[in-house]
Ligand binder design. Structure first.
Ligand code: C2E
Ligand code: CA
Ligand code: CA
Ligand code: CA
Length: 281
């Protein structure tokens, strides 16, 4: 126990140093990343549990640091850079680029004869605080000509709760444009489905934390079953995140969960691979 304590301490110290230095280094090179075309969208299928068909795809941002237009460089994952750009405000222009790029990709697939599926784009709290969000979404819809029904936004409960009335107003505008909203990482925040009724939300995504041990933990099964049952009685559809095994899939199916996302079906993939998953018109 002593030895592992010392190892933990050393690990902690090194990761602290690494974090401070790396944070600075990353923040510096993030400044020019958008203009240098270093960002890239990945797509992860969300499956219909009943039919095992593709229902939608979640859009997940990647930073191809030092590369360009999807080639070369080092692929940096969101947990390494999203917190930095949320903190320094760069999430606003980068997040807008993500929405625009997702709409462009959807239109491009459609023009190539693919059947469009809804794309779910993540929005962080910081984007909500920005006054121009609604206007920039409107401009993106106009410029790309996308059917708003093909876009969904994922927002965490915590982000929803942060700004009360202002958030409610912004969500009202987004909803009026015909874009659907889902609650991301459900179960990790306040987890009040009753409270969610105040928001124009149609779907909730149960966090991976509750799915991970579904087969071993009777407690997690009870929680997940209760979330699904209550959601359905409130006319909310449910997506289970992080589904990795057939066992988890079978349990979710038995409890009446409609949608599932996770490595069991596919990891997030670049657009060229995602295209192969789309049915043709
Ligand atoms: P999230 O919205 O909860 O996205 C799901 C994350 O779980 C993704 O990580 C995905 O790769 C991962 N995942 C999916 N299925 C499985 C599975 O079966 N097992 C495991 N272990 N993991 C799975 P990723 O792509 O690294 O993204 C991490 C987070 O970064 C996202 O969590 C989201 O909060 C944020 N993020 C990603 N792209 C964007 C973006 O464009 N805008 C904003 N604001 N946030 C983003
Ligand atoms: Ca998400
Ligand atoms: Ca999530
Ligand atoms: Ca999550």
């Amino acid at each position: 126990a002593k030895a592992s304590g010392r190892n933990n301490y050393q690990f902690f110290k090194e990761s602290m140093n690494l974090t401070a230095a790396r944070h600075f280094e990353l923040e510096t090179s993030l400044r020019g990343a958008l203009a240098a075309h270093e960002f890239e969208l990945y797509f992860q299928p969300i499956m219909d549990i009943g039919t095992r068909r593709l229902h939608a795809m979640e859009v997940l941002l990647r930073w191809r640091r030092g590369g360009k237009d999807g080639k070369g460089g080092e692929l940096v994952m969101p947990d390494q850079f999203i917190p930095i750009i949320e903190e320094n405000g760069m999430i606003v222009p980068i997040g807008e680029w993500v929405i625009r790029q997702a709409c462009k990709q959807s239109m491009l697939w459609h023009s190539q004869g693919m059947m469009p599926v809804p794309l779910a784009v993540n929005l962080s709290a910081r984007q909500f605080m920005h006054r121009g969000l609604v206007e920039s979404i409107r401009a993106i819809l106009d410029d790309t000509g996308i059917d708003p029904a093909l876009i969904e936004f994922e927002i965490t409960e915590t982000a929803l709760m942060q700004h009360g009335e202002q958030t409610l107003e912004i969500l009202g505008h987004i909803n009026a444009m015909g874009i659907r909203l889902s609650i991301d990482d459900f179960g990790t925040g306040y987890s009040s489905l009753a409270y969610l009724k105040r928001f124009p939300v149609k779907k909730i995504k149960i966090d991976r934390a509750f799915i991970k041990d579904l087969e071993q933990s009777a407690e997690d099964r009870a929680i997940v079953a209760a979330i699904i049952a209550l959601s359905h009685s409130l006319q909310l559809s449910v997506v289970a995140e992080g589904v990795e095994t057939e066992g988890q899939y079978a349990l979710l199916q038995r409890h009446g969960c409609q949608f599932a996302q996770g490595y069991l079906f596919s990891q997030p993939v670049p657009h060229a691979t995602a295209q192969l998953l789309l049915p043709r018109c």
